[in-house]
Ligand binder design. Structure first.
Ligand code: PLP
Length: 384
């Protein structure tokens, strides 16, 4: 059975071109880019090239960022590094719908005496800008708010947030992992101080990411050790990973506009058909929204049950609930949006990529109503 992959916000297929670019850097060109010899120097040159490719996509200078092990490290480094560099301020502002890569370090800091404020969202998943305005003050060291939400695809007004934060003298960090490669981003005109991303969300490899650091931003290194990245991030570089990330950025920069038109067309077709053919289903998340993401709730049934049935048909999607943690709690994002408990429990996220086809969408449109009908027949919550 063919796999139909609609879980691209979790991870993406590595592009063939990316793999090809990475392959020589395991067994042939395996030198250390910090070495004095020519063999290592060739690697350093290739890393400079990858840096240039990533800078092009982000619209920044190649020296404006460090490579990391992924967005989780980038987020932690932004949060911990800012607080270490600005020790006189002990307040952080974030949102209730962040990924745990941001929420967990923030909550940990709260337990260690920092003041942490989590800004709410409305029913459409849009950030409460009034609350943000009230909360960012001269005590605030850092505001960390995502660029686009991984569960609903809702895009936050990052530039308006950045402007507000800058006017209050705080540092602004944004986790942009779901936005990069899906919507245009230009850091040369942005007020964001720090921005995180990962390779594996844009058809690059896993275990490699970027932390953009605007010139002049005060940030203590999070990873300490060697002198790599001019002392800003210690540790021998993930050479093949960085080369793959660079290539993935180049591909995204070349094809983003065209590809996203196609992705949005497929996502809209899938979404419209599911909402039309499955009774008591609703879309979670308003506009503006990423072109690839659709989060749909189905009343009276469990998201996990839908995923298991989809899996039987070879279709990969994901549920809004915290199933990875083994928790029965529904998604904190949907709860923050005020989605009723039963609907939040029955949510499924479809996230598409450039590799999806119209046939895959049509096949899924065909099976979804049957799955929902079958599960409702078994559901104790539906009046028989
Ligand atoms: N931040 C956001 C918004 C995400 O969507 C994810 C992964 O889904 C992460 C952070 C964590 O990514 P990684 O596991 O690649 O570090």
């Amino acid at each position: 059975m063919k796999t139909i992959y609609f879980d691209n916000n979790a991870t993406t297929k590595v592009a063939e071109e990316v793999l090809e670019e990475m392959t020589p850097y395991f067994c042939e060109l395996y030198g250390n880019p910090s070495s004095m010899h020519t063999f290592g120097g060739r690697i350093a040159e290739k890393i400079r090239n990858a840096r240039q490719q990533a800078a092009c996509l982000l619209g920044c200078e190649p020296s404006d960022f460090v490579f990391t092990s992924g967005v989780t490290e980038s987020d932690n480094a932004a949060i911990m590094g800012t607080l270490a560099a600005v020790p006189n301020k002990r307040k952080l502002v974030t949102s209730r719908v962040e990924h745990p890569a941001v929420l967990a370090p923030c909550r940990d800091l709260e337990a260690h005496g920092y003041t942490v404020v989590e800004i709410g969202v409305d029913k459409q998943g849009r950030l409460d800008m009034d609350q943000l305005e009230q909360q960012v003050d001269e005590e605030t060291a850092l505001v960390t708010i995502m660029y686009a939400n991984n569960e609903t695809g809702v895009i936050f007004p990052a530039e308006a947030i950045a402007e507000l934060v800058k006017s209050r003298g705080a540092v602004f960090h944004t986790d942009a992992v779901q936005a990069v490669g899906k919507i245009p981003l230009n850091l040369s005109t942005s007020n964001a101080d720090l921005l995180s991303l990962s390779g594996h969300k844009l058809h690059g490899p896993k275990g490699v990411g970027v932390l953009y650091i605007k010139k002049g931003t005060r940030l203590s290194p999070y990873m300490k050790g060697g002198h790599q990245e001019v002392g800003r991030r210690a540790g021998t570089e993930n050479v093949a990973g960085i080369i793959g990330l660079g290539k993935a950025c180049e591909l995204a920069a070349e094809a983003m506009n065209e590809e996203n038109k196609k992705v949005k067309y497929l996502r809209d077709k899938l979404e419209e058909a599911i909402l039309r053919t499955c009774p008591d289903s609703r879309l979670n998340g308003g506009e503006p929204r990423l072109p690839n993401t659709s989060n749909i709730s189905f009343e009276y049934i469990e998201g996990e049950a839908i995923l298991l049935m989809l899996d039987k048909y070879g279709i990969c999607a994901s549920s809004g609930s915290a199933c990875t943690s083994g928790s029965l709690e529904p998604s904190h994002v949907l709860r923050a949006m005020g989605v009723p408990f039963t609907a939040a429990h029955g949510s499924v996220r479809f996230s598409l990529s450039r590799y999806n086809t119209e046939d895959e969408v049509e096949y899924t449109i065909g099976v979804m109503p049957q799955i929902v009908k079958r599960l409702r027949e078994l559901s104790p919550f539906v009046a028989k």
